[in-house]
Design a protein around this ligand. Structure first.
Ligand SMILES: *Cc1c(COP(=O)(O)O)cnc(C)c1O
Length: 313
């Protein structure tokens, strides 16, 4: 596991319809197929190391990139890892196969029992003399937010080195932690630009409210000044392209994935990056955005691309 700052390349895509489209390849973080969960995990384990812990407990479905990365780090460091997982999404995927290879233990329960099961398992481990470290599903929380404040710093650094300034930043928004970090970065840098999260499942207003709460929690915890109005103005969460919810795709998304693979040699998946890339293109069309510099953040999920390759491409 690398320590220190993750740095990922920003490259231009010679897109046929959008002339200044760049992508920041978070999928190329050099650990466990990368992605935003790898960037977040780096900071969670730095925190783990401070606390005298000896066990990791987290939550996620059998599709979870987060669980794969956490289980991989645990395996490499000989830390036992328990994953509480909902029965409702427990089919075999590349992520679940990898997670099992890493020796993580899955505890599958009905989704409504997840919350209590996490509590019960943490208490059981403590009673057995362990000191478990709990990581929220998807790496949600201030530590996960911090990872994307740092990513925002990298984007600013790229801009000052290249002289290119991004007017828009798009990406797949799930728990909203990635988005919260980017918006916090923007508030800290006092930048004016559009940060647009494309929801892959959640709907407004709840999905957006979770992001607002994450931003305020992070700014408060780090004593950064902000205005609630500014936080509100800068949080754009688009729920027009969720299809029928988490994991649900459609023919347009499949076409988008095929095109990105053929045109730029870049894997996207139908749950996150393919959906967001499709949503970004539609949003740009619908709002007549032209002559702007656009950055798409590729948030990872390469094992999900291979599930798609087998099942729907
Ligand atoms: C988890 C995930 C997201 C969503 O990130 P959040 O911080 O939860 O919003 C986007 N893309 C991929 C590939 C992911 O694994």
């Amino acid at each position: 596991m690398s320590t220190g700052v993750s740095r990922t390349p920003i490259i231009i895509l010679n897109d046929k319809s959008i002339s200044n489209l760049y992508v920041k390849r978070e999928d190329m973080i050099p650990y466990s197929f990368g992605g935003n969960k790898a960037r977040k995990a780096e900071l969670f384990f730095a925190d783990y190391d401070k606390g005298g812990y000896d066990y990791v407990v987290t939550y996620g479905t059998s599709h979870s990139n987060h669980c794969r990365v956490i289980a991989n780090i645990c395996a490499g460091r000989d830390i036992p890892c328990l994953i509480v997982s909902p029965n409702e999404v427990s089919d075999t995927t590349y992520n679940s196969k990898l997670t099992r290879i890493f020796g993580a233990e899955y505890k599958c329960v009905p989704v409504e029992e997840v919350h209590d099961t996490i509590e019960t398992e943490l208490n059981r481990l403590r009673a057995e003399g362990h000191n478990p470290y709990f990581i929220e599903g998807g790496g949600h929380g201030n530590i996960g937010t911090d990872a994307y404040v740092r990513c925002y710093d990298e984007i600013c650094e790229y801009e000052s080195l290249s002289g290119i300034r991004f007017d828009y930043i798009f990406f797949a928004s799930g728990t909203g932690t990635t988005q919260a970090g980017l918006v916090c970065g923007q508030l800290i840098h006092k930048d004016e630009r559009h940060i647009v999260g494309i929801s892959i499942a959640r709907k407004n207003p709840r999905g957006r409210q979770v992001i607002l709460d994450s931003i305020i929690s992070y700014m408060d915890a780090n004593k950064y000044p902000y205005s609630v109005q500014d936080v509100d103005d800068k949080t754009v969460f688009i729920d027009d392209y969720t299809s029928d919810g988490y994991g649900a795709d459609n023919a347009e998304i499949t076409d988008t994935i095929r095109e990105a693979l053929r045109d730029y040699g870049m894997p996207l998946d139908s749950t996150y990056t393919g959906k967001a890339f499709y949503g970004m293109k539609e949003y740009i069309k619908k709002n007549n955005i032209s002559d702007k510099n656009i950055l798409f953040i590729h948030t990872g999920g390469t094992p999900l691309f291979f599930d798609d390759l087998e099942n729907r491409l």
